[in-house]
Design a protein around this ligand. Structure first.
Ligand SMILES: *Cc1c(COP(=O)(O)O)cnc(C)c1O
Length: 389
């Protein structure tokens, strides 16, 4: 099999062996339904409680405020629609940032037809929300503000604590999509001051198909899935026990290893960035120079198409991304880069590299070599790139 250089950890991460090992018995040997009263059911219930504590510890939340969902997308949908429907008596105005994941943006837009008024908050050239602009956008009928902790495309880290102080002052619920940060960058629900926070298992070396929503005590929010009494009557449906166990185990490992992983990543990321800037002309960096996730590098390579670069990288076994995984295959430029004011033609040449815990220096050097060669070849054929012609 061809060796894969995987630099797309913002899209998903591999399940760690320790995580898989913890999950396996819960598919077959320990199959009891946690709602059943006999012993194997009680065991399932106990293991869910343990996973809830592991995840709660990672984000410094009380365990009984963490609710498991079917994915990060479901947690985002629950946060936005659940608060909208529970608080519509107070008002019908919702504010979301322009660079939210589609799980938040499209959910907010879906409420538009139901009489809700949505304000899309602009960002600056680095992708930052300005707390002052937010303050002025809040109205008497505003019920929810949703701003992500760190952006999945450019890695920009938002001023969540400042935003939460404003929301608290105005009595508005604050949701944070922390899917990119939980397990990869410190998250503390009290420091962030948020009322709601979304996470997803597969972005921190856990399995796909499991997410979670933190709900601060006293936050008015309606359930989105009705049925059985699971998740303390908040989210019906027989639990994905193996998935939840894996999510918990991944959270536990992250508590021990996150700091070291961040340090390693940021060194390798800087090496990748410096290598690209030294060897390839006409490259722009996207995202904030310091308020950025340590594993993210997003560049715009002028005069060529991101998709062409991506396919040629793939032929060399390198997995990267142009725009976000959800919009790949869609030739519209990324809504995040456009919101940052980057011109259309430059957006088209954007490439995202997101490093992981197993990324090596050899892989980084191989990627710089490969990219240099690919860019030379593509630019030589590109009518859009005239500079040295
Ligand atoms: C991946 C991601 C999601 C969606 O999570 P899923 O578990 O894949 O549904 C939501 N928000 C952000 C910022 C993400 O990166």
């Amino acid at each position: 099999m061809k060796k894969i250089t995987y630099l797309d950890h913002a899209a998903t991460t591999p399940v760690r062996p320790e995580v898989l090992k913890a999950m396996l018995p819960w598919f077959s040997e320990n199959y009891g339904n946690p709602s059943s009263l006999y012993s194997i059911g009680r065991e399932s219930k106990g293991t869910i409680a343990k996973a809830r504590e592991q995840l709660a510890r990672l984000v410094n939340a009380p365990a009984d405020r963490v609710f498991f969902t079917g994915c990060g997308t479901e947690a985002d949908n629950w946060a936005v629609k659940g608060t909208a429907f529970a608080n519509s008596g107070k008002g019908k105005h919702i504010i979301v940032s322009a660079i939210e994941h589609h799980a938040v943006l499209d959910t907010a837009e879906s409420l538009h037809g139901l009489g809700f008024d949505i304000t899309i908050l602009p960002v600056d050239r680095y992708g930052l929300v300005d707390p002052d602009t937010l303050k002025h956008a809040i109205r008497d009928d505003t019920i929810l503000v949703s701003v992500m902790h760190a952006n999945n495309e450019v890695g920009t880290i938002e001023p969540a604590a400042e935003i939460s102080a404003i929301c608290r002052d105005k009595g508005v619920i604050f949701h944070v999509d922390a899917v990119q940060t939980v397990g990869n960058y410190p998250v503390d629900v009290d420091e962030l001051g948020c009322d709601l926070l979304s996470a997803s298992g597969h972005k921190l070396y856990g399995p796909k198909g499991v997410g979670a929503l933190f709900i601060r005590k006293g936050t008015r929010i309606k359930s989105r899935l009705n049925g059985g009494g699971q998740e303390r009557n908040r989210r019906a449906g027989t639990e994905n026990i193996a998935g939840i166990v894996g999510f918990g185990k991944a959270a536990e490992l992250a508590i021990e290893e996150m700091r070291g992983a961040m340090e390693r990543s940021s060194k390798l990321r800087d090496r990748l960035r410096d290598g690209i800037l030294e060897r390839i002309p006409d490259v722009r960096l996207n995202g904030h120079p310091t308020k950025q996730l340590p594993n993210n590098l997003n560049v715009s390579i002028e005069g060529i198409e991101g998709e062409s670069i991506l396919l040629r990288l793939d032929m060399k076994g390198i997995c990267a991304s142009t725009g976000s995984a959800c919009t790949t295959g869609n030739l519209e430029p990324s809504h995040v880069l456009l919101a940052m004011g980057i011109p259309h033609e430059i957006c088209h040449g954007s490439q995202r590299f997101t490093l992981g815990r197993a990324t090596t220096q050899e892989e980084i050097d191989y990627t710089v070599d490969a990219l240099e060669e690919i860019v030379k070849t593509l630019r030589a054929m590109s009518p859009m790139y005239q500079r040295n012609a």
